[in-house]
Write a protein that binds this ligand. Structure first.
Ligand code: ADP
Length: 391
């Protein structure tokens, strides 16, 4: 059989890879997956998969053999391995020289500082005395390996610094200190950029975190001035261009209050170079989803429109809480789907467990309160804690 289209390798078998599979089917794009284990989220839906360790170069070579392009479900593949794949002729997108700024928060702060991008005041610190000199309260972060709020601590005294330094020493990484930003809210500017330089910017969204995990997203961010939204989009496009990002770049932002009481200011918190939780609303709320545009970008195809399909879109994650019982999410379907025929549900093929992201729901429409109510209700229903919600 002739090759129908070039094969795209995806490293990492989580829900982001799973959600790339849907537009890959529509685009007729063959995928090959490297999964952490048999049966993980993306391995359930991508038949051409192998199981192995993404830290092992031979495994990476095997999975990308014959693939034109490789992309990622996560940012943890060692830089030197990515260079080796490039040397072997695989187009790695995003490339190692860009990806390093999503892997290492210290390097990211340094580079953004050089580019004059507004960031919280920050410094690499080696011991508690240096944190004290930086000033309490502050936020300590491991430079590498953190995700979903793991590896982030608010510290108010020298005593609080013991745990972060213990974790960092164990992991062999450094600690970055940042000023504790008194933000008004968190925003995310998501852009997508192709190797030939075409770029598209999605509307800037408002995100709410629960215990460091993205929980709720409203698109577009309510009451955000056109000027500040434009600034955030420009900033994200500029960062994508300067760092040479290919695929999706999510720039997580803090909006701070201004001294004059008018428009706030934006500061960059984090960069993610892959489809991002703050872009899941695009699956149902935008003309082209972030997953499809990520595929188009890494394959260097023309990008699709990022325009919203409705005035408002809301995404709420389905997240097991501390006292969640292990449950079968499918059991929630009869009520959730009957109550709201416009609800869009995305489950990741994972069992509900405390603290685990197992899916999300999207709503869209003309009335924000209605979208919020429907999405929150459905997510609470799936989580099994409707005791806190009114029917
Ligand atoms: P992760 O890599 O886990 O996503 P982040 O650096 O995004 O970690 O931090 C997780 C959350 O912690 C942020 O979404 C924000 O709510 C809070 N946070 C991070 N840095 C700061 C800061 N400098 N000031 C105040 N809050 C912060």
């Amino acid at each position: 059989m002739p090759e129908l289209a070039p094969t795209l390798a995806i490293i990492g078998g989580g829900q982001l890879a799973r959600m790339m599979a849907q537009p890959a089917i529509a685009l007729g794009l063959p995928l090959r997956l490297l999964a952490e284990a048999e049966g993980v989220s993306a391995a359930q839906v991508i038949p051409d998969h192998m199981v192995g360790d993404y830290r092992d170069l031979d495994t990476l070579r095997k999975v990308t053999d014959g693939c034109a392009v490789a992309t990622f479900d996560h940012e943890h593949v060692p830089t030197q391995h990515l260079h080796a794949l490039e040397d072997a002729g695989v187009a790695v997108r995003p490339g190692p020289d860009a990806l390093v700024y999503a892997q290492d928060k210290g390097l990211m702060r340094q580079r953004l500082g050089e580019l004059g991008v507004p960031c919280p005041r920050n410094a690499l610190v080696s011991d508690p005395a240096e944190v004290e000199a930086f000033g309490f309260p502050c936020v300590l972060k491991t430079t590498r390996g953190g995700y979903d709020g793991k590896g982030v601590w608010v510290v108010r005294s020298r005593d609080d610094t013991a745990e972060p330094f213990r974790v960092a020493a164990e992991a062999g990484v450094r600690i970055l200190a940042e000023e504790l930003v008194d933000f008004r809210r968190e925003l995310s500017a998501l852009v997508v950029r192709s190797p030939s330089g075409q770029a598209a910017a999605y509307p800037v969204v408002q995100t709410t975190q629960l215990d460091g995990i993205c929980h709720e997203v409203i698109a577009p961010a309510p009451d955000l001035s056109e000027e500040l939204a434009g600034q955030a989009q420009q900033l994200a496009l500029r960062v994508a261009g300067e760092l040479g990002v290919t695929g999706v770049l999510a720039v997580e932002l803090f909006e701070t209050a201004s001294d004059s009481g008018g428009d706030g200011r934006i500061l960059v918190n984090e960069l993610a170079m892959r489809p991002h939780n703050t872009g899941h609303w695009t699956q149902d709320g935008a003309v082209t989803s972030q997953f499809e545009n990520h595929l188009r970008a890494v394959m260097d195809l023309p990008l699709g429109s990022p325009a919203p399909r409705a005035r408002w879109s809301v995404m709420v994650n389905i997240l097991g809480s501390a006292d969640t019982e292990v449950g079968r999410l499918y059991d929630g379907y009869p009520h959730a789907l009957a109550r709201d025929p416009h609800l869009r549900v995305h489950l990741y093929g994972k069992a509900l467990r405390p603290g685990r992201k197992v899916g999300h729901v999207n709503t869209y429409g003309e009335d924000l309160d209605d979208c919020l109510e429907r999405a929150r209700h459905a997510a609470a229903w799936f989580r099994g804690d409707l005791g806190n919600e009114s029917e």
